[in-house]
Each structure stands twice: as structure tokens, then as C-alpha cells.
Unconditional design. Structure first.
Length: 211
């Protein structure tokens, strides 16, 4: 019985040693596998991160096209307000000659909208030129640049004629000139502003179609 007990004890002891050895071997294998796999996994993870973080040419191009389209859209809307507003005022105000207060109210509200649109025209026009890749040197050295320069001259002429009419001629004319003289000057300056704006719009179409 004592021998049998010693045998049983020896067997348990051997099994415990074998189990400990197997645990150590398994831990070493796991560590070796981890050490072997880590560089591969790190490289793979780095590649995935680099691929996701790196800028995509298609995305950049799509974003640039979206920005250019938005700037062009705002430019067209501002031109419609500037030109269409002048046409509307030229048609509506003469029919309201018997209502001076109403004319002044319409005029003040239109000026706020019109000059805001004119400012948008200038800013988006510069933005369109940048998206077209035109610099200051191209304004005289390329066909598109010269067309853009001529268009800019018409835009400035339209704004200058409108500004003279609104801020210079109109206040002085009401005090010094007769109604007929005031109407004549208003017609001249309004016509210059409108025709210059229409000419600038025509230049815009020509530039958009490639000259």
C-alpha cells in the first residue's frame, strides 16, 4: 500500500511537471507567434492607415470641382440680381411717378440688394479666374486673360455709372435740377450701367465657351 501510495504520488508529481512544461512550451510558442506576427500586423495596419489617411486625387479633384461650381453659381445669381434688378427698376419706377415715397422705399431696398450682389460679383469673379488658373500675368498674355480683362472693365464701368447715379447725381439733382433734367441724367447713367453689365455677361459666356 505504501509503495502504491508512493507510486500514485510520483505519478501526480510527474503529471504536474509535464503540465508545467506544456504550459511553458505553449506560452513560448504563443510569444514566438506574437513576435513573428507583430511586424506583419503592424505593417499591414500601417498600410491600411496610410491608405485611408492619404489624400485621394479623385476626392481632391471632386472637391475642387464642387467649389468651382459653387463659385460660378453664386456669380451667375449675383449677375442676375444686378442686371435683372436694373431692368425691373427701369420698368417699374416710371409707372410710380405719382408716388414719390413708394419710389424712395423701392429704391433704398433695391440699392441694398443690388450693391450686395455687385460685391458678390467682384469676389466670385476673382474666384472664377483662380479656378481657371489665370494670374495677373495672364490678363495681357493670353486670349482668355484679355477677354477677362475686358469683362472686368465693363463690370467696373457698370458699377461706376450706377454709383454716380445713386450717390452723386441723384442727391444733387433733386435739389438743383428740374424733374426733366433729373430724369434725363438718370436715364443716361442707368443705360450705361445696364449696357455695360449686359456686355460683361456676354463676355462671361464667351469665356465659358473657351474664347
Amino acid at each position: 500500500m505504501a509503495c502504491f501510495g508512493r507510486r500514485m504520488g510520483c505519478g501526480r508529481y510527474q503529471r504536474r511537471r509535464l503540465s508545467a512544461r506544456e504550459s511553458k512550451r505553449t506560452a513560448k510558442q504563443a510569444a514566438g507567434t506574437t513576435e513573428f506576427a507583430s511586424p506583419f500586423l503592424d505593417a499591414r495596419a500601417s498600410a491600411i492607415v496610410a491608405r485611408e489617411v492619404a489624400p485621394h486625387p479623385e476626392l481632391i479633384e471632386r472637391t475642387a470641382m464642387s467649389s468651382a461650381t459653387l463659385v460660378l453659381f453664386l456669380h451667375i445669381v449675383a449677375a442676375c440680381i444686378w442686371i435683372g434688378g436694373q431692368v425691373t427698376v427701369a420698368v417699374v419706377l416710371p409707372a410710380l411717378r405719382g408716388h414719390p415715397d413708394l419710389i424712395r422705399t423701392i429704391g433704398r431696398r433695391f440699392q441694398v440688394l443690388a450693391w450686395s450682389a455687385y460685391g458678390v460679383l467682384i469676389v466670385t469673379g476673382a474666384g472664377n479666374a483662380l479656378f481657371m488658373g489665370l494670374g495677373w500675368g495672364d490678363l495681357t498674355g493670353t486670349t482668355e486673360g484679355r477677354l477677362l480683362l475686358e469683362k472686368l472693365g465693363l463690370v467696373l464701368l457698370s458699377g461706376a455709372a450706377a454709383a454716380v447715379h445713386v450717390f452723386v447725381q441723384a442727391p444733387r439733382s433733386r435739389a438743383r435740377l428740374s424733374h426733366r433734367a433729373f430724369s434725363a441724367w438718370s436715364a443716361v447713367l442707368g443705360s450705361v450701367s445696364l449696357l455695360a453689365a449686359l456686355g460683361a455677361a456676354l463676355y462671361g459666356v464667351v469665356i465659358a465657351r473657351g474664347g
